[in-house]
Structure formats: structure tokens, C-alpha cells
Design a protein around this ligand. Structure first.
Ligand SMILES: [Zn+2]
Length: 233
């Protein structure tokens, strides 16, 4: 009973993935952290969404050890654990193989910032982390996937609080946020931004990025210290 609320939060967030058209079959996973208890809940490996039950959700610590649950956790669990361990204020992580985000990842391209839809969510291009080295793939692959995410953020001088999404070359997207629900929202936003950027380049392959004043206007009015978008709280 101790983890019932956390399991429910994780379960509900996972069910959003097929509803939003972000996954097929068993692709993808969402996790939800409880920072007070220093654990996270994650989807079990290979269980279809229509058969998933809250009790199936596995509780893990940030070193990827099972704390509670009888099923094997998602094969991506070590990536989730390392992100929670290193970025201590995130509360949810989503991984999908959504089509347009994967297309950019397979092409090994950052998603350029072309318009205000993108700037409303982050003021940077969405980074694509390079494919892992053979040693990383043959070693502790899922843990190294986390390291590859940190590397691209370091190299590009990005903040994980400002850009809550990344692509991994030849693989697909990871997104995160304050809650599991926000990480799912970010996964849906990323898929839409990937689709819009793809279509933009079909119409005009030479499209320039959005200009800086408009880019920062849209980002700051939603996320800056004087944000005025929405109704506040
Ligand atoms: Zn994957």
C-alpha cells in the first residue's frame, strides 16, 4: 500500500501514451518519482498497455534496484534511474518511439527552432545526442544512454530545466518534467514540434530559424521571471 499513489500516477501517465498516439504495442515507458521516499515507479517490461494494471508498476531506487514489485521493470530503467539521480528536481520521465521525433533521431539532426510553438516550450534547438560508442553499447548500455544525454547538454551549454527533451541518434526521444504527466505532455509537444519542423523544411529547405527577438519574447512571456501567459496561480 505504501506506493499506491505513486503506482497510480505512473499507471495513468503510461495510459496517456497510446491515447495520444505516441506508442504502438509495448513501445515506450513513463516513470514517476517520489522524491521524499527516494524512489520511482516505472512500467514493467513488455506488458501491453491494454493489459497493464497499477499493481504491475515496479518501484525502483535511483541506483536501479527493485524496491517493490514482482515484474521485471522496463528495459530502459537504468536510463531513468541515472536521470533521476543526477537531475534531482525532475519528477517524471517519458520515453517513446513516436514517428516524427524518431525520424529526426534517425537522421541524427537537432530539431531547429523555426517558430513560436517551439519557442513557447524551449528557446533552443532540441538536441540530438550522438550515437553511443561501441564500448558504451556493449557495456552498461542503458546507463550510458543517460551519460550520453548529459554529455550533449554539457557540450551545447543547455539547461535541462529549460529544454525538457532530447533525441538519441538512431533511437528516439526522452522527455522529462516536474511530474510524470508533464513529461508525457512534453513527449506530445516534442512529436508535434518534430512534425512541424519536418513539414517546414519540405516547403522550404532553406527556412531560417526564428529571429531572436520573437524567439525570446515567446519563451520569456511563458517561462521568464515576468511571465504573463495563462492565469497565474
Ligand atoms: Zn527505446
Amino acid at each position: 500500500m505504501m506506493y499506491e499513489t505513486l503506482r497510480d500516477e505512473c499507471y495513468e501517465a503510461n495510459l496517456q501514451l497510446p491515447k495520444l498516439g505516441l506508442v504502438l504495442f509495448t513501445f515506450g515507458n513513463v516513470s514517476a518519482a517520489d522524491r521524499d521516499k527516494a524512489v520511482f515507479a516505472i512500467k514493467p517490461s513488455g506488458v501491453p498497455y491494454d493489459r497493464l494494471k497499477p499493481a504491475d508498476i515496479v518501484i525502483m531506487d535511483y541506483d536501479a534496484r527493485v524496491v517493490d514489485g514482482s515484474l521485471r521493470p522496463s528495459s530502459d530503467t537504468k536510463t531513468h534511474a541515472l536521470l533521476y539521480k543526477t537531475w534531482s528536481d525532475i519528477g517524471g520521465i517519458t520515453h517513446t518511439h513516436s514517428t516524427y521525433a524518431v525520424a529526426w533521431a534517425q537522421a541524427g539532426r537537432d530539431i531547429p527552432i523555426f517558430g513560436t510553438t517551439h519557442a513557447d516550450h524551449t528557446h533552443q534547438d532540441i538536441p540530438c545526442a550522438p550515437v553511443l560508442t561501441d564500448a558504451m553499447i556493449e557495456g552498461d548500455y542503458e546507463h550510458e544512454t543517460g551519460n550520453q544525454i548529459f554529455d550533449v547538454f554539457r557540450q551545447k551549454g543547455l539547461s535541462y530545466r529549460e529544454t525538457e527533451m532530447v533525441l538519441l541518434q538512431n533511437h528516439g526521444p526522452f522527455t522529462w518534467g516536474k511530474t510524470a504527466e508533464k513529461s508525457v505532455y512534453n513527449a506530445a509537444v516534442l512529436e508535434e514540434l518534430a512534425r512541424m519542423a519536418y513539414l517546414t523544411l519540405q516547403i522550404n529547405p532553406e527556412t531560417p530559424r526564428i529571429k531572436d527577438t520573437l524567439r525570446m519574447k515567446h519563451y520569456e512571456r511563458k517561462h521568464g521571471s515576468n511571465a504573463y501567459y495563462g492565469q497565474g496561480c
